[in-house]
Design a protein. Sequence first.
Length: 111
Amino acid sequence: MSDNHEHIVEDKSEDSEEMWKLRLYVAGQTPKSLTAFANLKRICEEYLKGRYSVEVIDLLENPQLAAGDQILAIPTLVRNLPEPMRKIIGDLSNTERVLVGLDLRQRKGTI
């Protein structure tokens, strides 16, 4: 285990909320990949404005990168930060499911 830890402190607001690090795995510029990217951008701007970074990884160009996050289907969204890591597969068109999957909203019916 390494002792090298990188701490990034973002203080963009008075209540200083944590940054979200997201990766979207796609395979080229397919309609489903483009839809996933558009939906992700819309959701991030609405719910995480100024607190997120998105890295788009095209597996047609870099197939070896799929192993790191164990990508089995595409498009797949991976939330690396805040921990724990979460994955959502699909075009992200169901906003409610994406919000629950990212832990931005509680499931309906839970307290």
